[in-house]
Design a binder for this molecule. Structure first.
Ligand code: PMP
Length: 364
């Protein structure tokens, strides 16, 4: 009888640091308009989708996949440019897993990950899961970062890994390349630049990839989940010196990228232009949010990504619920009083504005 005895977590030898923890994740609700996880709302064209389906069938099911996924790494290197080769690229099932590889290799007991808040809420979980200490230092009042703040924090906390997110989630704030360069020159710690939203930046060419040739302690993290419209495909990647890639190759589980993931991501990369075709539209929708929300009396945070923080509400949960009741799911995250809304299709943006007009939760 599998219903007896009733086991609870308290009956199991759970690691002490996991006691009381909840599984991470934004609510996944069946709602007409989902603007909560910064996805690209445009699915692949029927022609690309058909090619993906063919590639899934053609990829082996009975044989293990290519552990080193050289073909995919070559395509990712070509997409990134900047003279990168397959040896400079590593990938996994989302950049979440890539970061877990980085921390598995370079973090661990007695080592520290340093980052700057408010920032992506998964980072403490990567640290916890890899037994790495997690240390945060606040960004400036406007959520920007300067090199002195970073280097002072490095001196104070002696991290093995420094993590800077640009454009930052959930604020959308970009960190200038000059700041990153000064940080790299001022520390021997590994510096991870999480560029998950870089393609949405108004200056996408101002990428930390341009600094790789000069700095062996730099890791640039990217994902196909956002601009590339491939969140369901689960493909994140990094660019770094080949020694960093070798470290990730030690820590990864064998065959972590399925043959089907490799095959479908390869099709997406072959059609990169088409997959990325809506980035400019999404940037425009972001800019429209930044323009129109203040006209309606809302506060926004200047964003270089495909989402905007809007507020401020005295009880943001109430505002979140009222938007949800009107059929629009946004994210309750970020600084107090704000909600984060992803840029969507024109129809989704119209639905968001209509829902917002019905919100009467008091603002501060
Ligand atoms: N980094 C940042 C800053 C993110 O916002 C996200 C997704 N929300 C990720 C990494 C992880 O994305 P994925 O695992 O889908 O590549």
């Amino acid at each position: 009888d599998l219903t007896q005895p009733v086991l609870t977590l308290a009956d199991l030898p759970l690691r002490p640091e996991l006691v009381g923890e909840e599984p991470y994740g934004a609510p996944q609700l069946d709602v007409p308009v989902c603007l909560n996880v910064n996805e690209n709302p445009y699915p692949p064209s029927p022609a690309v989708a058909a090619e993906m389906a063919e590639a899934v069938v053609a990829a082996s099911f009975n044989r293990y996949p290519d552990r080193e996924f050289r073909g995919l790494r070559a395509q990712l290197a070509a997409y990134l440019g900047h003279g990168l080769t397959p040896d400079h690229v590593w990938a996994a099932n989302g950049s979440n897993e890539v970061m877990t590889h980085v921390l598995g290799a370079f973090g661990g007991p007695g080592r520290r990950l340093l980052t700057f808040t408010p920032t992506y809420s998964m980072y403490p979980e990567y640290a916890r899961n890899t037994h790495t200490d997690y240390v945060t230092v606040p960004r400036r009042a406007d959520f920007s970062l300067d090199a002195a703040t970073v280097l002072d924090a490095v001196a104070a906390h002696a991290p093995t890994v420094v993590l800077i997110t640009t454009p930052n989630n959930p604020t959308g704030t970009s960190t200038p390349l000059a700041v990153i360069e000064e940080v790299l020159a001022g520390t021997d710690a590994l510096v991870v630049i999480d560029e998950a939203y870089q393609e949405f930046s108004s200056t996408p060419e101002a990428t930390a990839l341009t600094l790789l040739a000069e700095h062996g302690n730099l890791i640039v993290s990217r994902t196909m989940s956002k601009a590339f419209a491939f969140a369901g495909g689960r493909l994140g990647y990094l660019a770094a010196h080949p020694a960093v890639v070798d470290a990730c190759r030690i820590i990864r589980l064998p065959y972590h990228l399925s043959a089907q993931t490799q095959a479908v991501a390869s099709v997406a990369l072959r059609h990169a232009d088409e997959m990325l075709a809506r980035v400019a539209d999404l940037r425009d929708e972001r800019d429209a949010l930044l323009r129109t929300l203040p006209e309606l009396g809302y506060e926004v945070v200047e964003s270089d990504a495909n989402f905007v923080l809007v507020g401020r509400w005295a009880d943001r949960h109430l505002a979140w619920q009222q938007l949800l009741d009107a059929g629009v799911l946004v994210r309750e995250t970020g600084p107090a009083g704000f909600l984060r809304v992803s840029a969507g299709t024109p129809e989704e943006m119209a639905a968001f504005h209509a829902a917002l007009a019905r919100v009467d939760a008091p603002r501060t």
